[in-house]
Design a protein around this ligand. Structure first.
Ligand code: GGG
Length: 353
């Protein structure tokens, strides 16, 4: 995505539910602290979420989509707390937003912070999750069969979506020192759906126009269950992992455990025309309102969004400040064993930016 000729950067802010509303202001503060290293940020507050649905009957207002599409250069989304039961008329706004804006890739870097800045992190991988299909097409039905209720869900895997997530994963792998890509699937059981995903991603280097570009990328593959096992035993074997939507969602949350907290892991939802940062964590109703939500995943999501837009200097400054705060270990939220609140952590990061 080109950075050229922007004098300002219009950022849509969609806090959503729960601690999303506590951590999105942290990302905003980090962007404001960058001064002239990025185009002057302008923010527009936008609505979405389950809480909004309970008040208004709408989880994702048309106006939110319109402003994102027509006015914003990028966006930051906090979290959403969809209920685990079916609620008539409600559908997850984040799932819908990813589809409506065609944000087909969810890129989730999981990186530990080494005690010494000169040392390599012990975990340094990127989960590239397909963001628009798989079971998240949400075509479920409940019928009554011979033995009672029967629930079914469609799992959609298309060649187009697998190809473009594959291309994104190869690009990301190509830009990393190890240039290693693992395709995650379960095609020993789901040979039609996961088989298509696997074959399509494997076929990316042979697509017309690629012309050997990805020759330097080493490709491996792994069945999803054994991938999770190996992720916990030997995370260093992974560099870039590409997965269908559901596996990618689960693997990236699991990988967060390797770096200390879900509160540290950022993501971007990326398409060809738009990018939206989003912390991997959810709305955490258990700690809502206590002022102790970890703001670092949200702040890092702002950095990742900038990186995706080509503002590397600004992104580096934010990531360096976050790394220093974690490394020093004096001002951390309770999920990382600290005693500080959200505000103190934000102030500490901003001071270092
Ligand atoms: N920021 C990630 C997030 O909100 N995770 C929770 C999640 O995926 N929720 C889906 C939903 O509630 O619809």
């Amino acid at each position: 995505m080109a950075t050229a000729a922007r004098t300002s950067l219009k950022v849509g802010l969609i806090p959503g539910d729960g601690i999303g509303r506590e951590v999105i202001p942290a990302a905003k503060a980090a962007l404001l602290a960058l001064g002239s290293d990025i185009p002057k940020p302008e923010f527009v507050d936008l609505l979405a979420g389950f809480e909004l649905f309970t008040r208004t009957g709408t989880a994702l207002p048309e106006e939110t989509i319109r402003v994102l599409e027509e006015e914003c250069d990028c966006a930051l989304f906090g979290a959403v707390s969809s209920p685990t039961r079916r609620v008539a008329g409600y559908s997850s706004p984040i799932v819908a937003l990813r589809k409506k804006l065609d944000l087909y890739a969810n890129v989730r870097p999981v990186v530990s912070v080494a005690a010494n800045p000169e040392d390599k992190p012990s975990v340094d991988l990127v989960v590239v999750r397909e963001n628009t299909e798989c079971l998240y097409v949400k075509q479920e039905e409940l019928t009554i069969g011979e033995h009672g209720k029967e629930a079914r869900a469609i799992r959609l895997i298309t060649e187009r979506a697998s190809r473009r997530i594959g291309q994104m994963a190869f690009e990301i792998a190509l830009g990393r020192p190890r240039k290693h890509l693992t395709i995650i699937h379960k095609s020993n059981v789901l040979s039609t759906t996961d088989g298509l995903f696997r074959e399509t991603v494997r076929g990316v280097p042979s697509l017309p126009g690629v012309n050997g570009k990805y020759d330097g990328v080493e490709v491996a593959e792994q069945i999803v269950d054994s991938a999770v096992y190996r992720l916990f035993r030997e995370p260093q074997i992974y560099d870039v992992m590409v997965a269908p939507n559901l596996y990618g969602d689960i693997i990236s949350d699991a990988a967060a455990a390797l770096v200390g907290s879900l509160g540290l892991v950022p993501s971007v939802n990326a398409g060809d025309k738009f990018v939206m940062g989003e912390p991997v964590h959810g709305s955490a109703p258990d700690i809502l309102g206590q002022g102790i939500a970890n703001p670092l995943a949200s702040i890092r999501s702002a950095a990742l969004m900038l990186r995706h837009l080509g503002y590397t200097k600004g992104a580096d400054r934010i990531d360096k400040a976050v790394d220093e705060v974690i490394r020093e270990g004096k001002v951390l939220t309770p999920d990382l064993g600290g005693k500080s609140g959200t505000k103190e952590v934000v102030d500490e990061v901003v001071k270092r930016i």
